[in-house]
Write a protein that binds this ligand. Structure first.
Ligand SMILES: Cc1cc2nc3c(=O)[nH]c(=O)nc-3n(C[C@H](O)[C@H](O)[C@H](O)COP(=O)(O)OP(=O)(O)OC[C@H]3O[C@@H](n4cnc5c(N)ncnc54)[C@H](O)[C@@H]3O)c2cc1C
Length: 390
């Protein structure tokens, strides 16, 4: 079940890509989603098939061979994909984001070495910031890149890496000067087959196979100067700028899950009979679904508001935090309420709701927890009201 077109959808620059995304979600992702879950992985081929279908470098400028979408258009694409399988939509987004970073921030060396294969989906990208001992407090990462005359040596462990189980190109954030804090954090592009880079098998998390999560362990992994993507200091700044985009896209992911759960529940309840009538005729079934529809409307507006700010070149720190916090809460509660309206049938893997429920909970952690969104919002509130707390 995928998000249907909505009234007011504009078919502008991104319109063709949006139509492609809806078709890819409906005809490719949705029929395979429960098999991927049972098999514990998405085949590598799916990334290539997405690119071949036209979902190639969604945010990458046309001049570099991508779709060249703005944030507002891209979030509709992500919402459409997420209705079929939000975990795979996120994995594809992480890959597209890494591709966009290579295109926009990479050197000629990086673009020549990686861009075409990443656009084609034959090389999969991953983003490696979180560590076993540093999640919310990303400035505390300890993966160490030590500089030598002829390059760098990388040591440390990255955890919760989406696509980590099969990624080819790793965007790795590392501390170059222990004690220097954020000013020491640089970013590197590391081919995953480089000696000294090892991955664990995919995490065994029920309902989450399509994330392809794993740890990546670096043991005396040698890097050249060419592997440096962002200088010490710039790496952390870029990670934080990217996180506001990511939070907005997590909002879109939640809207996709809510939209598809609502449509599934409505259709099911309309065809299910109890006590001589359709269960959708009971007010006790209608009203929770009406509340989900209101939350979906609000989540879409907040997410679009943040994306429009990004399209205007703003940092969108607070709008992105509002969108992510509201949409992830609405998704978890709303998917659960849609399931309730379906009775036990909502649990069956012929429907996407049980996968959505797990992924909706995961969105409370992705790209900053709900509490961290509140830290950001509270900070903005105090600044807005001129309040300083010593
Ligand atoms: C499905 C999934 C995919 C992911 N993919 C990636 C990826 O591709 N790359 C990557 O780098 N990371 C990834 N992550 C990791 C994610 O970014 C972290 O989970 C997140 O940053 C939170 O860190 P943590 O889980 O270690 O929580 P912790 O930082 O250990 O926090 C534990 C609890 O303490 C609370 N807390 C912490 N600090 C504060 C504070 N200042 N005020 C109030 N409460 C606080 C948190 O909100 C949370 O409730 C992924 C996570 C998931 C679940």
């Amino acid at each position: 079940m995928v998000s249907p077109p909505r009234s007011g959808d504009k078919v502008a620059a991104g319109g063709g890509v949006l139509v492609t995304a809806r078709k890819f979600a409906e005809t490719y992702i949705a029929p395979k989603a429960s098999a991927w879950e049972r098999e514990g992985a998405v085949p590598r081929r799916a990334f290539e098939d997405a690119a071949t279908a036209g979902l190639r470098g969604i945010l990458v400028p046309n001049d570099f061979g991508g779709c060249g979408l703005g944030f507002t258009e891209a979030l509709e694409v992500l919402e459409a994909l997420a209705g079929a399988n939000a975990a795979f939509a996120f994995a594809l987004w992480v890959h597209n984001n890494a591709t966009n970073t290579v295109a926009r921030s990479g050197t000629d060396f990086h673009r020549n070495a990686y861009l075409e294969d990443m656009l084609k989906g034959s090389h999969i990208g991953a983003f490696c910031l979180t560590e076993p001992d540093a999640g919310s407090d990303a400035a505390a990462i300890t993966t160490h890149a030590e500089r030598h005359d002829d390059g760098w040596t990388l040591n440390g462990t990255k955890s919760w890496v989406t696509n980590g189980a099969q990624a080819d190109i790793l965007l790795v954030f590392a501390q170059t000067n222990p004690g220097a804090g954020v000013l020491g954090i640089a970013a590197f592009l590391v081919p995953a087959d480089r000696p000294g880079a090892n991955r664990t098998p995919a995490y065994d998390l029920p309902g989450a196979a399509a994330f392809g999560l794993s740890d990546i362990i670096f043991e005396d992994c040698k890097l050249s100067e060419d592997d440096l993507l962002l200088q010490p200091g710039e790496g952390f700044r870029a990670a934080m700028a990217g996180i506001n985009q990511a939070r907005t896209f997590v909002g879109a992911l939640c809207c996709g899950m809510l939209g598809s759960s609502l449509e599934t529940a409505l259709k099911y309840a309309a065809s299910r009979s109890a006590f001589g009538k359709s269960t959708l005729e009971f007010q006790g079934v209608q009203w929770p679904l009406a509340d989900v529809a209101t939350d979906l409307e609000a989540a879409r507006l907040l997410t679009r508001h943040a994306a429009e700010a990004l399209d205007r070149g703003e940092t969108a720190i607070t709008p992105a935090a509002h969108a992510k916090k509201f949409a992830s809460r609405a998704a978890f509660d709303g998917v659960s309420n849609c399931m309730q309206a379906m009775g036990a049938a909502g649990l069956r893997d012929t429907y996407p709701l049980s996968r959505h429920l797990v992924t909706a909970k995961m969105t409370h952690f992705l790209d900053g927890t709900t509490e961290i969104q509140n830290v950001v919002i509270a900070r903005a509130l105090m600044a807005q009201h001129g309040i300083k707390i010593e």
